[in-house]
Design a protein around this ligand. Structure first.
Ligand SMILES: NC(=O)c1ccc[n+]([C@@H]2O[C@H](COP(=O)([O-])OP(=O)(O)OC[C@H]3O[C@@H](n4cnc5c(N)ncnc54)[C@H](OP(=O)(O)O)[C@@H]3O)[C@@H](O)[C@H]2O)c1
Length: 235
């Protein structure tokens, strides 16, 4: 059976590496971003119909669901692996000086968490129609902002991002409890540096590709929150 992975928020670093990993493993892959995942132009040419690029703004949960349905229709098969990688943070250290509006916060929350929720509902509905032999997974790119050991204090300049990652972590935790036993795996993944510190701008495409691939193929749900180091794996 054709297996389909979809990457929501696919740019040149993490999204591209994850897309290439699944293509190499024989999956069909859909990549989504506002610009239509242009950084994968060359790969789309090379992998012909196996890789298709889509435009959507995950700042609108309705647009996320619209593109989900478009992907399913184009590939004529349900999505079995979802990787949600889009994120937003409008905060600055001047957050409370009214430089960030309520609308900014609302939009960031929609990108970081609400579109994830909308797509997780679609995924659960569609996973039910897939054979037991097809691995099913929904994986979200997190960071250490929900982990008080990594961030004992909320950095004001990362506030809207932190609020979103916290909300997303709760969604993933709850979904893993509800659906993990049915074989619908939900994970929140968080890359760290070699010393365990938050990766910030040093996150890696290959590290994420390796972790997303392995978690998606595992037979059962493990701990929903996975911190990992590139080249080393889970910590
Ligand atoms: N573990 C850590 O410490 C850590 C550190 C930094 C980042 N991160 C996480 O890593 C992820 C990003 O990694 P990356 O930058 O390497 O990924 P990437 O695949 O290179 O880029 C992500 C893509 O998401 C798309 N995107 C952003 N907002 C979107 C929206 N509203 N709708 C649709 N697409 C959207 C952007 O493309 P368009 O502009 O075309 O829309 C962007 O190119 C985020 O989830 C971030 O929170 C984790």
């Amino acid at each position: 059976m054709t297996k389909l992975a979809a990457i929501f928020g696919a740019g040149q670093r993490v999204g591209k590496s994850v897309a290439l990993q699944f293509l190499r493993e024989g999956y069909q892959v859909a990549v989504v971003s506002r610009s239509g995942a242009k950084s994968l132009d060359e790969e789309a040419e090379k992998f012909k119909g196996s890789l298709r690029r889509y435009s959507a703004d995950l700042g609108w949960a309705e647009d996320a669901v619209r593109v989900w349905n478009e992907i399913k229709k184009d590939f004529s098969t349900p999505i079995s692996v979802v990787f949600y990688n889009a994120a937003a943070n409008s905060s600055t250290d001047k957050f409370f000086d009214f430089q960030v509006s309520v609308d900014d916060l609302r939009r960031d929350q929609e990108i970081n968490a609400l579109s994830l929720f909308a797509l997780a509902r679609e995924a659960v509905r569609d996973f039910k129609g897939l054979p037991a032999s097809v691995p099913k997974a929904f994986i979200y790119t997190g960071n250490g902002l929900d982990d008080p050991k990594a961030f004992p204090k909320t950095p004001p300049g990362l506030l809207t991002g932190a609020v979103g990652k916290h909300a997303a972590a709760h969604f993933i935790d709850a979904a893993s409890q509800t659906f993990g036993a049915e074989g619908y795996k939900f994970y929140y993944i968080d890359e760290r540096l070699a010393d365990g510190a938050p990766a910030y701008g040093k996150i890696t495409g290959p590290g994420h590709a390796d972790m997303v691939w392995k978690l998606s193929q595992e037979p059962t749900q493990g701990d929903w929150r996975v911190s990992f180091i590139n080249g080393k794996g889970k910590i």
